[in-house]
Design a protein around this ligand. Structure first.
Ligand SMILES: CC(C)(COP(=O)(O)OP(=O)(O)OC[C@H]1O[C@@H](n2cnc3c(N)ncnc32)[C@H](O)[C@@H]1OP(=O)(O)O)[C@@H](O)C(=O)NCCC(=O)NCCS
Length: 175
């Protein structure tokens, strides 16, 4: 019989199943911090589970891309200027941030990460309740190739030597 998978929004009294993605900080976030983030209205966590395992989780929060903060890097400011709606210039653009994303070790490199990003893009582009133009992520260095493959673009070159890099995807580019 095919495995059943469920997408579950984490609530306070939900019993989390064990989870190991190979990264201690991400494991700790899910198992010990994600409910506090939900309670504090800081991030909402979603789980993908089968009957016995947490396959993956992602946590989301509101974000913005600030054009004024990018100001000194004219190449990037120019890129955003091209995308401005009908003659109106904004200082910042609304976004949803992937605060955390991780796939359990047993399920990595089997397409779950791709499927989650595809789902998020379609979810926010078609059920955009408050205005959200971009998906953003502060990506771990080890996962940059994964996000590049999913067409996410580096926001700035200032962080090119950092442990994490800011990336974005423009939802209005979805065909
Ligand atoms: C990074 C992560 C979320 C990717 O999810 P996944 O389900 O393993 O990825 P997928 O199987 O969907 O891979 C999609 C593509 O990205 C590639 N990819 C995935 N992880 C990669 C990595 N770490 N380095 C290079 N390429 C990677 C895959 O090879 C695949 O390429 P292909 O389409 O050419 O075959 C997952 O591996 C993970 O949780 N890693 C540990 C925690 C982590 O780094 N989280 C990111 C925090 S920002």
């Amino acid at each position: 019989m095919e495995n059943q998978f469920n997408l579950i929004k984490l609530t306070d009294n939900y019993q989390l199943k064990p989870f190991d993605c190979g990264d201690a900080d991400l494991n700790d976030f899910l198992l010990n911090c994600s409910k506090d983030f939900s309670r504090g209205l800081l991030a909402v966590t979603y789980l993908i589970e089968d009957e016995n395992n947490t396959i993956a989780f992602f946590s989301l929060a509101n974000d913005k891309i600030s054009v004024t903060e990018l100001g000194s890097e004219s190449k990037w400011a120019e890129r955003f200027k091209d995308l401005l709606p009908i003659g109106k210039q904004f200082n910042s653009y609304p976004a949803t941030k992937i605060v955390r994303l991780a796939v359990s070790l047993d399920y990595q490199f089997k397409g779950w990460g791709d499927a989650i990003l595809d789902y998020l893009k379609i979810w926010f582009a078609t059920d955009n309740r408050t205005g959200c133009k971009y998906i953003t992520v502060d990506a771990y260095r080890a996962s940059l190739k994964f996000y590049e493959k999913n067409k996410m673009i580096y926001l700035t070159s200032k962080d090119r030597k950092s442990d994490t890099r800011l990336m974005y995807f423009d939802l209005s580019k979805l065909s």
